[in-house]
Design a protein around this ligand. Sequence first.
Ligand SMILES: [Zn+2]
Length: 95
Amino acid sequence: MASLIACPHCGPRPKEEFTVRGDAGIARPVPDAGEDAWYAYVYLRDNPRGRHKEHWHHTSGCRRWLVVERDTMTHAIYAVSDAGTQDASTRGETA
Ligand SMILES: [Zn+2]
């Protein structure tokens, strides 16, 4: 059975229609944060096992960015929402 992602705009769609960007919880540093902070933001990623949030782009559908909460071990999907409706802390932005 194909894995389906319930896009809030298009309904349940096969995962092949989406492109994964990665962790939705990474905070973008302030412009003058320094080289180490920018290096970590651009290149360093955790590889979590279990439930976490990721950015997915509905490339072959509505072309919206989504936040998908899923389990990386079981591939179970718990929640899908439009990334544009998330508050700043959920999007990984800092003040
Ligand atoms: Zn969609």
